[in-house]
Ligand binder design. Structure first.
Ligand code: PGA
Length: 228
């Protein structure tokens, strides 16, 4: 891997979206957990729904598995009278990372760049690392964001990923635009066949995986492909 020595740990992040019952989530942890004990160069993160967050966290602690837990969204507001919202200070005991600004939230829930910035602020105040999804080099990058995921909309859930070469170009441009130290992940139709090609790019520091992360065996295969 040219220049790979310069990279920190590679992020492999499972975004379960609105999927997985508690039982399925626990089965997944029990299948994936024991397989990644030797994955020292990887930082594996699972982002379940809020309803299974606490059970997933408990299962990981009991198994002593090297898996971090994240959430898929956060409230832009503090604790208080905000029905239905999950304040950063309430989830910080479970989650170390928060996926913010995903295109599905921007599109289906009218999330604006200003809201994403506010969510990033709340995450940082609570000690949660924000993982900000950007759809292109045109997407405004929130101040203080240190972890980005380049996720072109055409590639999400379509089976048609971007090319590793283009993802590398975009990652380099994002660093130039924002901060050379920002880490950039790629997401969009990643699977066990294509994962390694993205990670071999100098400016790509990990993967954000939706559909292919739901199946424990496929996720384990992705991890193995990244370790080869
Ligand atoms: P996908 O989703 O892997 O199913 O394309 C990725 C994402 O939306 O984070």
């Amino acid at each position: 891997m040219a220049g790979g020595e310069m990279k920190k740990k590679l992020w492999i992040i499972a975004n379960w979206k609105s999927n997985m019952t508690i039982q399925k989530a626990l089965d997944w942890i029990s299948q994936v957990g024991p397989k990644i004990e030797k994955a020292e160069k990887l930082e594996v993160v699972v982002c379940p729904t809020f309803s299974s967050l606490s059970e997933v966290k408990k299962e990981i602690l009991v198994g002593n598995f090297p898996i971090k837990v994240g959430v898929q969204d956060l409230s832009p507001y503090p604790e208080g009278a905000y029905t239905g919202e999950e304040a950063a200070s309430l989830v910080k005991d479970f989650a170390e990372i928060a996926i913010l600004g995903h295109s599905e939230r921007r599109e289906n829930f009218s999330e604006t760049d200003e809201m994403v910035q506010e969510k990033v602020n709340k995450a940082i105040e609570a000690g949660i690392t924000p993982l900000v999804c950007v759809q292109s080099t045109e997407t405004p990058i929130p101040e203080k964001a240190q972890l980005l995921a380049y996720e072109p909309v055409f590639a999400i859930g379509t089976g048609t990923p971007d090319t590793p070469a283009n993802a590398e170009k975009v990652a380099a441009m994002l660093k130039e635009k924002h901060n050379p130290d920002v880490e950039v992940l790629y997401g969009g139709s990643v699977n066990s066949e294509n994962a390694k090609a993205f990670l071999e790019q100098n400016n790509i520091s990990g993967l954000l995986i939706g559909k292919a992360s739901l199946e424990a065996q496929e996720f384990v295969k992705i991890i193995q492909a990244c370790l080869d």
